[in-house]
Design a protein around this ligand. Structure first.
Ligand code: M6R
Length: 608
């Protein structure tokens, strides 16, 4: 939800800002803008539309001289996407400029007060109050104006701020929206996320709530809200610089799907030792694991779907009752938690506003929270009691694929570990399961190599109006993820249904030619889902079946069959999702959609 960047150094700022914004465009792409101090004044260019419009307007930054500047890519919250609402925003004289990620919740009240004081507003955004409020408080000392501003604001923010009469400084400040800063050989940078600075430095500082940074060409100083200087330690980012590039693939989503075998292996292999699972970062003794009375898995979107799958895995293997909650519901529903509860928050970005709020709610009650997070040093990673990282590397496409796959692996590892420690599975069973786990990357590769066949099938459904995904148990969870994948990138209406529920209403939607994807990977549920498949087939549906190799019986009732290799019944999601991701991808590109940046969406949902 919006990306901010800033640079001050020896080089021309605008090209660096535009390059940084290109790495953050996944956070929002309604409009973009940059402001650069050109030696005399702050020069600003902003425009509705994708970053490429801004690149064209500025000749890739060449027409903006100056070595200090800030930039923004927007996901609209307050005010439609337009040139006027695009960031940066200026005070009345154009001497103070601001970019913002987040939401100022009390902006209406502040706007009324500022209007009464004679300030005029040029946009409908909440952010513009910040530029005017800074103007109101500014008496030549940026730090003082910023801290006074912070006392007035409610909501979430990460700001990049420049003052024309302090042309050798950029200020950055944060509350509840991500912000990092780093110092490279040629200058200092701010950004909403690591990929924007990776090319220049791997050593970054994660800014905490209420902290302010003053960046200069030589380095940076950190302050608290009382204007006292504080010290911070940098974190070294291990991500490969090329990991955030397309690397010859047409789209990030395709590249990330192809990275799945590797990142899945990267996630499990460091945690497998001599036939055992060692998760040091879990920070729990065997007795504490035995004492767990209940698990909550709390997340949003696809991360929530991994929880839906792993509920079956934790309950089936470790016999621990599990509730899976959407973070946006959990945080407001006063859940019943006690000291025997372990809450697992799953998040790729580690910044999802609802997941973070759910975590804080749980911690307030003194309950242990484990984060399963991809982005190192993100808010959820820092605030959870313990964090288990998924080693997916930077994920750029809005539709998650590789992070989703690693979230499954992290939870399989936990479930097997818990099952073993609690005496629910033997060492022998564990070893057999680990062999299956270690085979997954190779099996995923095999499924990915089948992409042309799936593309041909997908091309037949570019005009589909509705698609249904059905399954039972884990297959229902796979259906939920497959349905989300298809709808978010192809804009085709799609629903996932527990196959047994069809007859309770949804089956009336089936017409001649409606595509129904039936997922049948669970041996004990195979016959049941087969019957549901037959029911929709009889009513005219075209059936795509995804099942395990050997289940040739489905061919009688399916129009098209995709076979996945044999694996442990709890791991089938990791394989069945591959062809269904490919299906969604090829429908999307067949329809000419912007697969990496689907309309109305942003990668990191940092507002609730
Ligand atoms: O960063 P998170 O894992 O917390 O994000 C959660 C969801 O926003 C995310 O999975 C979203 O549903 C994706 N667009 C799905 O592809």
């Amino acid at each position: 939800m919006c990306g901010i960047v800033g640079y001050i150094g020896e080089e021309q700022a605008a090209p660096i800002l535009l390059d940084g914004l290109s790495k953050l465009e996944y956070r929002g792409y309604d409009s973009a803008g940059v402001a650069v101090y050109n030696g005399e004044e702050i020069q600003m260019v902003k425009s509705m539309g994708r970053l490429k419009v801004l690149n064209e307007l500025t000749h890739d930054g060449a027409m903006l001289p100056g070595t200090v500047g800030i930039g923004h890519t927007r996901w609209a919250t307050h005010g439609v996407p337009s040139d006027a609402n695009a960031h940066p925003h200026l005070n009345k004289t154009g001497s103070i400029v601001v970019v913002h990620n987040g939401i100022i919740e009390n902006y209406v009240k502040l706007k009324q007060q500022l209007t009464r004081r004679g300030y005029e507003f040029r946009s409908e955004t909440d952010t513009e109050v910040v530029a005017h409020l800074l103007d109101y408080y500014y008496r030549g000392n940026p730090l003082e104006a910023i801290t006074r501003l912070m006392h007035r604001l409610e909501g979430s923010y990460a700001f990049g701020i420049m003052f024309q009469d302090h042309p050798d400084e950029i200020y950055a400040v944060r509350k509840d929206s991500p912000l990092i800063v780093g110092h490279a050989d040629t200058g200092s940078l701010i950004a909403s996320d690591v990929p924007a600075v990776l090319k220049y430095t791997r050593s970054v500082y994660f800014i905490e709530n209420g902290e302010i940074v003053r960046l200069t060409r030589e380095g940076m100083q950190f302050y608290n809200i009382d204007e006292e200087e504080i010290s911070k330690e940098p974190v070294t980012i291990a991500w490969d610089v090329n990991a955030a590039e397309k690397g010859g693939y047409e789209h990030f989503m395709l590249k990330e799907m192809y990275e799945q075998p590797k990142v899945v292996r990267d996630t499990f292999s460091p945690r497998l030792k001599n036939g055992d699972i060692v998760i040091e970062e879990l920070g729990m003794t065997d007795q504490e694991i035995r004492d767990i009375g209940k698990l909550y898995i709390v997340a949003c979107g696809s991360a929530y779907h991994t929880g839906m799958t792993c509920k079956y895995v934790f309950e089936g293997l470790a016999r621990i009752p599990v509730e899976v909650d959407l973070a946006s519901e959990f945080r407001y529903r006063n859940p019943i938690l006690d000291e025997k509860t372990l809450v697992i928050i799953v998040s790729q970005s580690g910044e999802t506003a609802d997941s973070l709020a759910a975590l804080r709610e749980v911690k307030k009650r003194g309950i242990r929270v484990l984060g399963i997070v991809n982005v190192v040093g993100s808010s959820i990673a820092r605030e959870a009691d313990n964090v288990m990282y998924t080693w997916a590397g930077p994920e750029i496409a809005v539709a998650t694929t590789k992070a989703y796959s690693t979230q499954l692996i992290a939870q399989y590892l936990l479930a097997m570990k818990f099952a073993k420690v609690r005496g629910e599975i033997s060492q022998e069973t564990l070893e057999v399961m680990l062999e299956d786990l270690e085979r997954l990357p190779e099996q995923m590769e095999m499924l990915l190599s089948n992409k042309e066949r799936i593309q041909r099938f997908a091309n037949r459904y570019l005009a589909a109006k509705d698609v249904f995904f059905i399954g039972r148990g884990i297959d229902y969870a796979i259906s939920m993820e497959s349905s989300l994948k298809l709808k978010e990138i192809s804009y085709i209406h799609s629903e996932a249904y527990a196959a047994g529920e069809l007859k309770h209403g949804t089956i009336s939607l089936i017409e001649d030619g409606t595509l129904v994807a039936a997922v049948l990977t669970q041996e004990d549920l195979f016959k049941k889902t087969m019957s549901n498949m037959v029911e929709v087939k009889t009513r005219g549906a075209c059936v795509l079946a995804v099942t395990v190799v050997g289940n040739t019986e489905v061919e009688k009732n399916a129009d098209y069959v995709i076979y996945i290799p044999k694996t442990n019944q709890y791991f089938t999601n990791s394989l069945a999702i591959i062809p269904l991701q490919l299906f969604a991808y090829y429908v999307s590109i067949g329809k000419g959609c912007d697969v990496d940046k689907p309309r109305n969406l942003a990668k990191s949902v940092t507002v609730e």
